[in-house]
Ligand binder design. Structure first.
Ligand code: CMC
Length: 440
């Protein structure tokens, strides 16, 4: 029997099947041959929430959740955070190698010269309600760019794809900043090509009447580090959305809007805003034990804790804790940090969290840091979406170059009725309405 195979005995028929094992996986399609009889469709796997299914081969991001390791293209996240700029990392994600000086210069130039939005996009944004959540505006405006760039539909053309990738990475900070300015009622600020990616973003957010916005270098660097940490995270919910939607060959603006929609959820990128709400609700350090008690009773979730993959400390959270100290030296200590540290201390000693391997994730400290830097909580998920756009697009580019990929189309286990006789409306029996059904 070849070594790298798996033998499966079907106890329904007594037949034995041998399927190859490659990279620690078997191909789900190899199970289709396993049938209990001639009418049987063939065996499938049932895996709600993709707990144990690899949907692609990828050479972009590596995570070892047990050991707390995260690498982009083989480089440890700690090294990239210390030695690179965000755009350098975006290049690495996209092209697989760190850029030379010349390549980086060209890349930065290209991205910088695509930060401007079409005036109609600005007008589109002006139409949002004054109180619109920045993340809703961000998602909708990205989708609206599909109408501005009809050439984006040419997704099988690598040159066109790269053009949209550069446009998207260039424009997401501008859209994010305009979402913020709209939300607070300030006039929009146009990009300034003299500034770095993060400084320009800060300029578009916070410039008031001064002729030239000057970002505090420590804050700009901290934001750049946060962007690096959030740039990619292999096949998470939003990246899977990007790949799934992109697999239908829709244009990248619509696919990125879908990915950003997935990110907006409170269990994913929306968690950073929720952490701040939670810390506000707790109020003071001495309320922490009572809050933890409610979490253990199953009444609440500790936002910013737990991860599907990390069963050890999230390496990004460690870097954020370190980076937060640098920010606090400039801004002063955020009082919420003490509550967060106490929450972490108690949780890490508690059997409930230890048993379930629940550790702080990237969202636990990022919100506190963002707030100290001057961001409003409504902006936190948008701040996650800006750098993740580079990751989504690198994953999309990989998808488009993967000959094994097709339109994503999972199977289901049907649990409904068999074929039924049609019931005319006057013969139908009323179904009891759920108590919480909204009535007019
Ligand atoms: N607080 C309290 N209990 C938790 C938490 C939490 N934050 N997370 C998981 N658990 C419990 C959960 O109730 C379950 O307990 P039991 O075995 O008794 O039923 C056990 O731990 C396993 O949890 P799970 O829900 O099966 O784990 P999952 O892999 O499906 O969910 C998660 C992962 C991140 C959605 C979840 O941990 C969570 O909801 N965390 C809070 C939201 C959050 O911080 N999200 C950001 C994730 S990191 C950044 C990103 O991806 O955007």
């Amino acid at each position: 029997m070849p070594e790298n195979t798996l033998s499966i005995t079907d106890n329904r028929t007594g037949k034995v099947y041998t399927v190859p094992v490659e990279n620690g996986t078997i191909r789900a399609m190899d199970l289709r041959q396993i049938k209990s009889g001639p009418d049987d469709f063939g065996l499938m796997t049932y895996d709600p929430a993709y707990m144990n299914t690899a949907s692609c081969r990828s050479s972009i991001t590596y995570i070892d959740g047990e050991k707390g390791i995260l690498r982009y293209r083989g480089y440890p996240i700690e090294v990239l955070a210390e030695r690179c700029t965000f755009l350098e990392v975006a290049y690495l994600l996209m092209f697989g190698e760190l850029p030379t000086e010349k390549e980086l210069k060209q890349w930065v130039y290209d991205i910088t010269h695509h930060t401007m939005l079409h005036e109609t996009t600005k007008k589109f944004m002006e139409g949002f309600r004054y109180s619109a959540h920045p993340m809703s505006m961000f998602v909708s405006t990205i989708a609206a760019l599909s109408s501005v760039y009809p050439d984006a539909k040419l997704v099988r053309d690598p040159k066109h794809r790269m053009h949209q990738i550069i446009r998207l990475i260039g424009k997401v900070p501008s859209i994010a900043a305009m979402s913020y300015r709209h939300n607070v009622g300030f006039p929009y600020v146009y990009p300034d090509n003299d500034l770095s990616y993060t400084e320009n973003f800060m300029n578009m957010l916070w410039k008031m009447v001064e002729p030239k916005y000057v970002a505090h270098p420590a804050i700009a660097r901290a934001l750049d580090i946060l962007f690096i940490l959030h740039a990619d995270h292999e096949q998470n919910c939003s990246t899977s959305a990007m790949r799934s939607v992109g697999s239908s060959e829709t244009d990248p603006y619509l696919a990125v809007a879908s990915a950003a929609s997935a990110l907006a959820g409170t269990l994913h990128g929306g968690a950073n805003e929720e952490v701040l709400k939670m810390l506000d609700e707790i109020g003071t350090k001495d309320h922490v034990p009572a809050y933890i008690k409610r979490v253990k009773e199953g009444k609440l979730k500790l936002m910013g804790f737990g991860h599907r993959i990390y069963k050890n400390y999230d390496p990004r959270a460690k870097i954020i804790r370190w980076s937060a100290e640098q920010v606090f030296e400039v801004t002063g200590r955020n009082s919420k940090l003490d509550i967060a540290l106490e929450l972490e201390r108690i949780a890490l000693e508690d059997e409930y969290f230890v048993k379930r391997k629940l550790y702080p994730n990237v969202d636990f400290y990022s919100g506190i840091m963002y707030q100290a830097m001057g961001f409003r909580p409504e902006m936190f998920t948008v701040l996650f979406a800006i750098p993740r756009t580079a990751g989504w697009l690198a994953q999309w580019e990989e998808l488009m170059n993967d000959p094994e990929q097709k339109i994503a189309r999972p199977r289901q286990v049907y649990t409904g009725s068999g074929e039924r006789e049609f019931v005319p409306i006057d013969k139908r029996v009323p179904v009891p309405i759920p108590a919480d059904y909204p009535t007019r």
